[in-house]
Design a protein around this ligand. Structure first.
Ligand code: NAX
Length: 332
């Protein structure tokens, strides 16, 4: 069996981590042959809660789970880590403006970027879940100059999974029969869930989702809005934000990064833009990617029509604005 890898989860006492930790410890993310040491980072007031999480991890009695370290110190949490799930973030409180939320989180992700730079492995794979995820990932990478920019990603996999499930329901097929739906842009309500390139496997063969559904109004408007607002719909019903599905998506994202995508399939990840599809460079933008040998490549040359292009512009403008706001905070 392989040597254990060190994996950090921030926000480890929170609700997403509660579902995510089990997946990592059980081998769903890094595989059934890979033992893991868990580094659990949270803030000092949460240490008691974290003790309870550690007890539960022990009680899972899982053979792949080796050391577990609960801590409030980034220097300890990030030491030698091969993978980082940055889940913890300052939540939006009542009366808080988007700007204030961004300011609080920029500080958190600056500190964590510096800690990654100093203590983590140089090939560490970083997945930012905490919101605003795309801009947090950008800030984090900025403060970790010794780690390649492509090692910093933001999660849009939950949006992808939601979109895939919605298309499968509409087509009345099993969810794994639908492939290659894309989430473009920001993990926010400006994201563009795009079914134009998605396929569905039917008994008659592989078909375009758009021709099977054959309803432009639904595909271009109703479906797009449904996915953009799905997070809010879950909060309205559950009185808490998505946690089980967010944790599953974080596991999916890291597993595909670790083991690669299947032939002919792509997944959506927020990655530092290289200018593909005319998206401005140096923002973390969700693109379709294929992954091999732990390296991703943005899928190129997909046809983008005018309506799609205008949706890409809206979400990339929002990300440029977030970057400007974040830089203003950091200059202060
Ligand atoms: P919780 O409030 O349950 O947990 C967050 C945890 O982070 C808390 O235990 C808190 O003490 C901790 N924390 C705060 N500051 C920290 C710091 N500086 N270092 C370490 N830990 C810190 O939130 P939860 O529901 O788990 O959500 C976590 C984040 O995921 C939020 O920012 C949320 O908005 C974001 N989400 C992102 C999604 C995505 O698709 N990218 C979807 C789900 C979720 O909304």
């Amino acid at each position: 069996m392989a040597e254990p890898i060190d994996v950090v989860i921030t926000g480890a006492a929170g609700q997403i981590a509660y579902s995510l930790l089990y997946q990592i410890a059980a081998g769903t993310v890094f595989g059934p042959q890979q033992p893991v040491n868990l580094r659990l980072l949270d803030i000092p007031p949460m240490m008691k809660v974290l003790d309870g999480v550690v007890m539960e991890l022990e009680d899972l009695a899982l053979p792949l789970l080796r050391e577990v370290l609960p801590t409030a110190e980034p220097a300890k949490a990030f030491n030698n880590v091969a993978a980082a799930f940055l889940v913890g973030a300052m939540p939006r409180k009542e009366g808080m403006e988007r700007k204030d939320l961004l300011a609080a989180n920029v500080e958190i992700f600056k500190v964590q970027g510096e800690a990654l730079d100093k203590y983590a492995r140089k090939d560490v794979k970083v997945l930012v879940v905490g919101n605003p995820a795309n801009t947090n990932a950008l800030i984090c990478s900025h403060y970790a100059p010794s780690i390649p920019k492509e090692n910093f990603t933001a999660m849009t996999r939950l949006d992808q999974n939601r979109a895939q499930a919605a298309l499968a329901t509409r087509l009345n097929v099993q969810v794994d029969q639908v492939k290659n739906v894309i989430i473009w842009g920001n993990h926010s309500s400006t994201q563009y869930p795009d079914a134009a390139h998605a396929t569905v496997t039917l008994s008659s063969g592989v078909k375009a989702v758009s021709s099977e559904i054959n309803d432009d109004e639904w595909l271009n408007n109703i479906f797009v809005t449904m996915i953009q607002k799905r997070g809010a719909a879950v909060i309205a019903a559950r009185k808490m934000s998505s946690a089980m599905s967010a944790a599953k998506a974080a596991g999916d994202h890291m597993r595909d990064w670790w083991f690669g995508t299947k032939p002919g399939e792509w997944v959506s990840m927020g990655v530092v833009s290289d200018g593909s599809y005319g998206i401005p460079k140096d923002i973390v933008f969700s693109f379709p990617v294929t992954i091999k040998d732990k390296r991703y490549e943005i899928v190129q040359n997909l046809p983008i029509n005018d309506s799609a292009k205008s949706k890409l512009d809206i979400t990339s403008k929002e990300l440029e604005e977030e970057r400007t706001e974040a830089n203003n905070v950091l200059k202060k």
